[in-house]
Design a protein around this ligand. Structure first.
Ligand SMILES: Cc1cc2nc3c(=O)[nH]c(=O)nc-3n(C[C@H](O)[C@H](O)[C@H](O)COP(=O)(O)O)c2cc1C
Length: 202
């Protein structure tokens, strides 16, 4: 598969241009999901239009409310969410995105992305994503899940397709273990996201 071009059209998506950069923030079922609330706030303050997509498992950890309030956008909670328009919401967002950012990303969603599985709103957006959009993935999981050859192979496959990764970092994991698997600090994820779409980071 062809690699995605980096920074394809910064002029059209930079803050101050005709429209703000559009980031689709996918949040998955990790104990780190609450950190995506702060990430949303940072991206909105940086001038981005942020549309949040929560997987069903993410909704075991966080609710749509803080994302809806901070992003001032409806939150996608399922593939069959109703909308005013005729276009399915996941297709509309896949068309609109400058960046698909998945933070935190579970081992499960990384596997689905690597294998082209499209069984929820987030994975459907990933598969239908317009070609100029970047993908940035910030994994968070138990160290053994991260080190597992299946996960490492999935990450390698995605990198080969031009998907960017940030983290995970080493430290104390919520499960009580020490290891590599913590979500990278959200300030750095936000900075990386803005750089990858060619937006200003100051
Ligand atoms: C308390 C708890 C914490 C979890 N944390 C993680 C995690 O950090 N990373 C991960 O890959 N899976 C984690 N899981 C497992 C995922 O929630 C599970 O694989 C789920 O199917 C992921 O669904 P999603 O990728 O569609 O959001 C956790 C499960 C529980 C019960």
């Amino acid at each position: 598969m062809k690699k995605r071009p980096k920074n394809p059209s910064p002029a059209s998506s930079a803050p101050g241009a005709a429209r703000p950069p559009v980031i689709i923030l996918g949040v998955t079922g990790s104990i780190a999901a609450h950190k995506a609330v702060d990430l949303t706030s940072l991206l909105v303050k940086a001038g981005c239009e942020v549309h949040t997509v929560l997987t069903a498992d993410a909704q075991q950890f966080v609710t749509p409310l803080p994302f809806r309030t901070l992003s001032r956008q409806p939150v996608v909670t399922g593939l069959y969410d109703t909308d005013d328009g005729w276009k399915p919401r996941h297709v509309a967002l896949a068309d609109l995105a400058d960046l698909l950012l998945i933070a935190p990303a579970t081992a499960n969603v990384i596997a689905k992305l690597a294998h082209g599985i499209a069984d929820n709103a987030l994975t459907c957006i990933a598969l239908a994503l317009n070609e100029r959009a970047q993908i940035l993935v910030a994994p968070a999981m138990h160290g053994r899940m991260w080190r597992h050859p299946a996960t490492q192979q999935n990450v390698a496959t995605l990198k080969q397709r031009g998907v960017q990764f940030i983290g995970p970092e080493a430290g104390l994991l919520s499960c009580g273990y020490e290891g590599l698997g913590r979500l990278w600090p959200v300030e750095d994820i936000a900075r990386h996201a803005l750089v990858s779409i060619g937006a200003r980071t100051d």
